[in-house]
Write a protein that binds this ligand. Structure first.
Ligand code: SF4
Length: 523
């Protein structure tokens, strides 16, 4: 495998440039020629450590990043393959990972992925069997296997994070999930796109405070009017372009050449700010035609990088704030230990009821645990007993949780909300990047289940529980069986002793890391 990206990330003197390319919906023709042309020119230029290739962006079909990535790989340019959880179950994902390993393409950006878009005949089936954290865990476990078989290189997997969320709950959910991703084996981080230097600085503060030694690349984009409109409308999940920025971009592009020049300048200035703040590199997107604009941005960066503090104000941060006392620093304290949000009466009742019931009936090691286990064993030993358990469980859980009868209940990880019925991506390890103002990416008419979970834990003064544990994926062999019996008989993900569950238990996020972040920033 090529190790240029890894090597450059590890070189303390190297400011890493990665370039995001988007393959089109064709297997030959102009789009492919364009992507290959950009890759060849990037290779000749020598400043780009790797190109990253998107995986069905927006959930819509496009050429596989594995295939075009392999073509780019053959010309000697290193590649990062985006690997999402949307289109394949864990069997397909393992198979794909092995295929990538055999091709030597082991730089992976592990993503939960945008929600499913339209393919032939309409919208595709959303899979989301794993999430970004369990995908990272799977890649780490496969790496052990690959290395044990004699290959010196396992996967070099990284993850994404958004520091640009507008509510404390979503921000906390992002950082809590980052903590889980690091624990599960992420080796690098790429941010979502946003234009807020304070938030960029905040993310570095948080990762350092959590004690993570993770190189972070900040996203930079060549912002055209079309992209600014789409991003401002929230049609690229997780990306934030404000109304003012959209208007500014539209005004700049009244004259095409002025617009293009302004876009190059904005990208170079943001790159300079990121370098100045201490980012390990930039992840450059929005390049769809040719490499020349990348070269212009990088040339300009080289000329202006020493003046980076002058550009902080362009991205909403006064120079005086830079970078020792980031504006958002105190927010971590607020997120971890800050004032509790007030829950509505029904939400409070539901949370307290579920919590108490859980403590009484589903607490491992409690005085009554043996009794419930004995009862579960009896019920489970014959068909009528299993029927009785299901008949008792189903209506209660359907009413209280919208239960889908998955048989491997995950509500304990989400402040007693159901990841199957409440999250369209069934995430068990934290929020995807797509929420906006607390609302779900897929169903904006309702709140993101992780935002609700944060509100519940924060109201109870336990918001760090959002990062607690590494949650193995749902066990599909338990589908439509009684989760109560499965829990008490140790068959569900909480009691299972399988390799994934064991790996997960050994790689849990240290939730004190979040508290450390708060403490260190407070000082
Ligand atoms: S509920 Fe939250 S985590 Fe689930 S899809 Fe919606 S925004 Fe993403």
């Amino acid at each position: 495998m090529l190790r240029v990206f890894q090597h450059d990330l590890r070189d303390p003197a190297h400011f890493v440039i990665t370039l995001e390319l988007v393959p089109g919906r064709e297997s030959t023709g102009r789009k492919i020629d364009t992507v290959m042309g950009i890759a060849r020119d990037a290779m000749a230029d020598g400043r780009v450590s790797a190109v990253s290739i998107t995986d069905n962006p927006g959930g819509n079909p496009s050429l596989s990043p594995d295939v075009i990535g392999n073509e780019i790989f053959k010309i000697g340019l290193d590649v990062i393959v985006h690997f999402t959880c949307r289109d394949m179950n864990r069997v397909g994902m393992e198979s794909r990972a092995l295929q990538l390993a055999m091709m030597g393409m082991k730089n992976i950006l592990a993503l939960t992925g945008d929600y499913t878009g339209a393919g032939f005949g309409g919208q595709g089936a959303p899979v989301f069997d794993l999430d970004a954290v369990s995908l990272l865990a799977m890649l780490a476990m496969l790496s052990e296997r690959i290395e044990a078989a004699g290959d010196p290189d396992g996967f070099f997997a990284g993850c994404a994070v958004s520091p640009f969320k507008l509510t404390p709950g979503e921000t906390m959910a992002q950082y809590a999930k980052l903590c889980r991703k690091e624990a599960a084996g992420a080796k690098f981080v790429i941010t979502q796109l946003g234009y807020d230097a304070g938030r960029f600085a905040h993310l570095l503060d948080v990762t350092r405070s959590m004690g993570f030694d993770l190189p972070v690349l900040g996203s930079v984009y060549l912002l055209t009017p079309k992209a600014a409109r789409i991003m401002n409308a929230g049609r690229v999940p997780g990306v934030v372009v404000s109304d003012q920025l959209r208007e500014r971009v539209l005004a700049e592009w009244r004259d095409r050449e002025t617009g293009r020049q302004a876009a190059v300048e904005r990208a170079a200035r943001l790159a300079a700010v990121l370098k100045g703040l201490g980012y390990k590199g930039i992840h450059l997107g929005g390049i769809h035609r040719d490499f020349s604009v990348v070269a212009r941005i990088l040339d300009r960066l080289e000329r202006i990088e020493d003046r980076w503090t002058e550009f902080l104000a362009d991205f909403g941060m006064a120079a005086a704030q830079e970078p020792a006392a980031p504006a958002a620093g105190g927010e971590v304290c607020a997120m971890v230990d800050g004032p509790a949000p007030a829950l509505g009466p029904l939400e409070k009742l539901h949370f307290n009821l579920m919590r108490q019931a859980h403590g009484m009936f589903f607490a491992r090691g409690s005085a009554s645990a043996g009794l419930w286990r004995t009862l579960a064993r009896r019920l489970d030993s014959h068909r009528a007993g299993r029927l009785i358990a299901s008949t008792l469980e189903d209506p209660v859980k359907r009413l209280l949780l919208g239960c889908r009868h998955c048989g491997d209940c995950g509500i304990v990880h989400l402040a007693f909300l159901c990841p199957e019925s409440q999250c369209p991506k069934h995430t068990r390890n934290g929020a995807c990047g797509g929420s906006r103002n607390g609302r779900c990416e897929v169903h904006p008419e309702r709140y993101c289940v992780w935002y609700r979970a944060w509100r519940r834990w924060a109201a109870a003064g336990e918001s760090r529980r959002l990062a607690e544990g590494c949650v193995p994926p749902r066990r599909w062999e338990l589908n439509e069986t009684s989760s109560w019996l499965n829990f008490h008989l140790g068959r569900d993900h909480q009691g299972s002793g399988d390799a994934f569950a064991r790996f997960c238990r050994s790689r849990s996020c240290r939730t004190e890391a979040l508290a450390n972040a708060a403490d260190q920033i407070r000082q």
